[in-house]
Design a protein around this ligand. Structure first.
Ligand code: 5GP
Ligand code: MN
Length: 338
């Protein structure tokens, strides 16, 4: 965070405040880890802080210290609204435009609080008067660690906070392997271990959580995979019927999209997952190298994210969605083949 914004934040936090902390919709490990770490930090420093998530989050994140305190805007609607309306400060973590919170955007837009953004996605919008936006960061969790250091409070990182921050760095970096993992990321992780993060236990709790039905759903997804070598592309579709057949639970499709990239020569992997209730296909895009899925998602599928990992959506049926997608590939043939 630059000095001007840091000083403004220090001043804001110099007396006890009412604070709402908001992750994006369908929060992942980084969103839940960063909001929880910040929640512990602020609560331990005399503030009255509450996390309000736009909707529920996967079971494999529910063990995280403090997770049971998180309000679900869909389920605890009036309580959530009160927290946001009465907040002096709203922290938004792991997203950078208000469209990422779904139904909650309206209430955030009318909130009177001072907004603070902490985020590592591209092309931030300007709703926050205090901004910490850094696209070179591995994760929002790494940024929360840096921010606490900038506030000269590194010694206040408890084992619970260390576990939360470690989790988000681990999940957003694909266990420390994606390109955004820097030597500094490893230094942060090393310090978190010194401060009590239990790496092995966290890996176990996040990744050794398969149910038989999730593995069968993975089998279905891999069978559905279409490989287009000409465009170095592999895509997967999962219909609502298939999700139902394998008793889909929130979080079950996490990581499926990455299998496409394990094929030799494939640089662009996509998964289209039907959500009948919302009448959409949720899309995840992944790439290796220079091909920007952030640009692709932003331009064609109402989404965005990072250069190598982005999301988006389609309101068309599956046939039209796939037709639109495959018709776009020739336009990117040179980039995909380079
Ligand atoms: P995922 O495919 O795992 O849902 O998301 C990949 C990355 O893209 C994450 O960093 C996520 O925050 C971001 N992302 C996912 N969906 C959207 C979207 O609809 N809009 C934007 N701007 N970013 C998204
Ligand atoms: Mn993130």
């Amino acid at each position: 965070m630059n000095l001007e914004h840091l000083n403004a934040l220090k001043k804001l936090l110099s007396s006890p405040k009412k604070i709402a902390i908001i992750p994006h919709k369908n929060p992942d490990g980084d969103a839940i880890g960063s909001t929880l770490a910040l929640w512990h930090y602020l609560s331990n420093n005399g503030h009255s802080a509450t996390i309000v998530a736009p909707n529920d989050f996967p079971k494999f994140l529910k063990w995280m210290p403090g997770a049971q305190q998180i309000l679900n805007f869909e389920r605890e609607n009036s309580q959530s609204k009160t927290v946001i309306n009465e907040a002096d400060i709203v922290f938004t973590l792991d997203f950078n435009h208000l469209g990422r919170v779904g139904q909650m955007s309206e209430i955030l837009e009318s909130a009177q609080a001072t907004f603070v953004m902490v985020d590592h996605h591209q092309e931030p919008s300007d709703y926050a008067s205090i901004m910490y936006s850094d696209v070179s960061m591995s994760s929002t969790c790494e940024m929360v660690y840096v921010l606490i250091n900038q506030l000269d409070d590194e010694n206040s990182i408890t084992p619970d906070m260390a576990n939360c921050i470690y989790t988000g760095i681990m999940t957003d970096t694909g266990s420390f392997k994606f390109a955004a993992t820097t030597s500094n990321t490893h230094r942060v992780v090393a310090d978190l271990m010194d401060k009590g993060a239990e790496g092995t236990e966290i890996h176990h709790r996040i990744y050794d959580t398969n149910s038989p039905s999730r593995l069968h759903l993975l089998g279905c997804a891999l069978k559905n995979m279409v490989i287009l070598n000409e465009y170095a592309t592999a895509y997967i579709t999962l219909s609502q019927d298939e999700l139902d057949k394998y008793n889909y639970q929130k979080g079950d499709t996490e990581g499926f999209v990455n299998y496409g990239l394990t094929l030799d020569g494939i640089k662009f992997a996509v998964i289209f997952i039907e959500n009948k209730e919302e009448g959409i296909f949720k899309i995840s895009f992944r790439s290796v190298g220079d091909f920007s899925v952030n640009d692709f998602a932003r331009k064609h599928f109402n989404g965005g994210g990072h250069t190598n990992a982005a999301g988006g959506r389609s309101e068309d049926n599956i046939a039209d969605t796939i037709a639109k997608f495959t018709a776009l590939l020739p336009l990117y043939k040179n980039q995909l083949q380079s």
